[in-house]
Design a protein around this ligand. Sequence first.
Ligand code: HEM
Length: 176
Amino acid sequence: MFLLLEKYATERWGLEAFEDVMDAATPRLVTRDPFVGPGSYPDADLVTLVDAAAAASGTIADDLLRDFGRFCFPPLLSRFPWALGGHDLPSFLCTLERTLQIDAQKLLPGVKTPSFRFRAEANRLRVEYRSPRRMCSLAEGLLEGAALHFGARLDLRKRACLHTGADACAWDGTVT
Ligand code: HEM
């Protein structure tokens, strides 16, 4: 996630702007060393970096996380091509629900992936997301990125949110 955020910020705003974001965020980061690929870093640092990038770009942090999620989907799939099961968006998501946690653990021991429930019926989709990181805007962006990958359009309507005390974020979606 950290390296993808660097790639995202550099592509969106350029290297210099990204370095300004890092300079602004560094005093508030728990991590003292540079972020490297296989490392695992405190969630708080991701939040600090997103907040700094949002402030520097005049974006709302949730909007930035959603856009970042859309950006992340293609590179995630290139890194973990085995995760692409199913032939369309609903079947992909239902497969992912079963395999992601187990397979990600095998590949990246100790990594904490969120937990999802996907229910698909015709072109309707119900999604539930649970994670102590409460990054539902990132999840929305990733879902939209997945829809783009399958050439589909996904309209999501949020029914419940971890940020307002629900035990899961829940969306009703329509896939067209
Ligand atoms: C539409 C599909 C997907 C959604 C909605 C989704 C959502 C998320 C979210 C919201 C997070 C942030 C952490 C959290 O909330 O606890 C996350 C992390 C993660 N996801 Fe996904 N994801 C999707 C697809 C994938 C795929 C295809 C892979 C490939 C293996 C993947 C691997 C991971 C990993 C390894 C992390 C942990 C990253 C870290 O700790 O640095 N995800 N995902």
